[in-house]
Design a protein around this ligand. Structure first.
Ligand SMILES: Cc1cc2nc3c(=O)[nH]c(=O)nc-3n(C[C@H](O)[C@H](O)[C@H](O)COP(=O)(O)O)c2cc1C
Length: 227
């Protein structure tokens, strides 16, 4: 393991997905340089969306939600992994943005349920995060693997830099909105995920519960016999 990988491993405990609006990230130029070097190792690329693309991205987000309003399979899957009580499986309702907060993040996924509201006067009024589009050269299995590795590295590097993050994949799950993201990123790559990066309004929020590693990871040795 390299020393960078050691530092990123240490950030795992601190990283969490934050779905509230963010303030604009300070020291952004310095972080972009770090990211460019980092992503070279993963065969992935990050395009920074300009401020004037925000409305188009929000429109793509609304388009996705509208297309899925009557998609019962999607709704069933969303219900399966979100909106639960804390400490159960999946993302608890308390970690999804309450409707008033969600409207301040127009590019966010529409979860339909949610509980986090900031207790104090909202600052900023609207989300001011930097929007990164993580893209790959192609879209085959290896590109998806590389994209996932790069996503992990970017989220951890941002955590180490003191930023809050939220990955957004509803924007790249349907061809229509993915095409919008590709047009806005304008870098000729295949967009895999949009990442919001900024300053948290309510830092130190609780984490989504984890299953015990033994429930999801089994080590078998040669000669152990069939499972
Ligand atoms: C590939 C991937 C896609 C994700 N897409 C979204 C998304 O579209 N919207 C969202 O709010 N969170 C998204 N997340 C965040 C997950 O919901 C989050 O990782 C999960 O709730 C666990 O919480 P934690 O990140 O705080 O540990 C995504 C995470 C991953 C790894």
């Amino acid at each position: 393991m390299t020393s960078d990988e050691h530092r990123r491993a240490a950030a795992i405990e601190a990283r969490r997905t934050d779905r509230l609006p963010f303030g604009a990230p300070p020291r952004w130029g310095q972080f972009r340089e770090t990211l460019t070097e980092l992503l070279d190792d993963y065969g992935a690329h990050a395009a920074l969306l300009s401020q004037d693309t925000r409305n188009d991205l929000a429109e793509a987000s609304r388009l996705t939600a509208a297309r899925r309003r009557y998609d019962s399979l999607y709704r069933a899957e969303l219900h399966w992994w979100t909106g639960h009580a804390p400490h159960a499986d999946g993302v608890p309702a308390t970690l999804l943005a309450a409707p008033a907060e969600a409207t301040r993040v127009p590019v966010g996924r529409a979860f339909g349920v949610g509980g986090i509201a900031t207790e104090t006067t909202p600052q900023p009024t609207m989300d001011e995060s930097a929007l990164l589009v993580l893209g790959t050269d192609g879209d085959d299995r290896l590109d998806c693997l590389r994209g996932g590795e790069a996503l992990s590295a970017v989220l951890l590097e941002a955590t180490m830099a003191g930023y809050a993050t939220c990955p957004l994949t509803h924007l790249t799950e349907l061809p229509a909105s993915r095409a919008v993201v590709a047009r806005l990123a304008a870098d000729g790559r295949v967009p895999q995920v949009v990442i919001r990066v900024g300053v948290a309004q309510a830092p130190d929020r609780p984490r989504t519960a984890r299953r015990d590693v033994s429930e999801v990871f089994v080590v078998r040795h040669p000669g152990d016999g069939a499972p």
